[in-house]
Design a protein. Structure first.
Length: 294
């Protein structure tokens, strides 16, 4: 029994108990799980799933400019990322309003240009290691300032989401009614976009600009297969993100793999499992189909 417990400890609890960098990574990824994943649920509800992906790429030039002037300074890169992300969202809205292009097409064009510009800036100014760190992150390399940033963003996001919850739900289901009753429907959307941007910026140090959106969207999409009610989807998405974070960190530690992609890979496995066995997945729907009698 003691041998089995010792193996269990070494595989699961030991890495977090022994190493401070594992504890920092755990706190950072769990904080992102409870703040970013619920935003992903609202993105899927509003049929804006690709917006998170577009913004996660669009923040790269701002992060790159912050890196060029201040090096690997989290406040500088975070500020640059927030400015770039909000600018990309505003530019996409401006283009869709004054041209015949839809907002999703504008975002697709903007994020591709932003990604190319960001990679070019980083390649000219930094090393290959800097480029990989910013693109794919390093949860095991989260330092004190980075942890405070993630924890601060998560705390503010949860408070803001609670304050905006009723308005966001109404704006998602009946934006015309919200506009008619308050006249400020745009305000809810802008506040929501700001929350999405700051969470993606907070996640880029741990998961990278290319992977940060994964912890926001994969658990959210998976949660819709399990529940019909919004509150249950929000809780399920955060729980799946937390499970993927813990499992990904442990696998990354034991297998010596990149932490960010490993975490997103675990979230992807949970999504595949949901596709198969969740109430809205393939197996239950197949079993519920009436069998024809020949």
């Amino acid at each position: 029994m003691s041998s089995a417990w010792s193996q269990f400890w070494d595989l699961t609890i030991g890495p977090f108990a022994e190493f401070a960098f594992m504890r920092r990574a755990l706190v950072a990824t769990l904080a992102l799980s409870i703040s970013a994943a619920p935003l992903g649920v609202f993105l899927t509800l509003r049929r804006m799933s690709l917006l998170g992906d577009a913004i996660s790429h669009a923040i790269l030039p701002g992060v790159a400019i912050g890196f060029m002037f201040f090096g690997l300074s989290m406040p500088a890169m975070a500020a640059g990322g927030v400015i770039a992300g909000m600018a990309a969202a505003a530019l996409a809205g401006f283009i869709s309003r004054f041209t015949t292009l839809k907002e999703d097409a504008s975002l697709a064009a903007i994020y591709l240009v932003a990604l190319a510009l960001g990679v070019t800036l980083l390649s000219r100014q930094g090393t290959q290691l800097d480029l990989l760190h910013i693109l794919f992150g390093s949860a095991l390399g989260v330092d004190g300032p980075g942890l405070w940033l993630v924890a601060g963003v998560a705390s503010v996001s949860l408070i803001a989401l609670a304050a905006l919850y009723r308005g966001l739900v109404l704006e998602s289901f009946d934006p015309v009614f919200l506009m008619a009753t308050t006249g400020r429907g745009w305000l809810w959307q802008q506040a929501f976009l700001m929350l999405v941007v700051v969470n993606l910026v907070a996640g880029f140090q741990t998961l990278g600009t290319l992977m940060a959106v994964g912890l926001m969207m994969l658990p959210a999409v998976s949660a819709r297969l399990w529940h019909d009610t919004l509150s249950a989807q929000l809780l399920n998405a955060s729980a799946q993100a937390a499970i993927a974070s813990v499992a990904g960190l442990l696998l990354s530690y034991h297998l010596d793999t990149p932490s960010g992609p490993t975490i997103i890979g675990c979230a992807g496995l949970l999504y595949l499992m949901s596709l198969l066995v969740a109430p809205g997945g393939w197996l239950p729907r197949t079993l519920q189909k009436p069998h024809r009698v020949g």
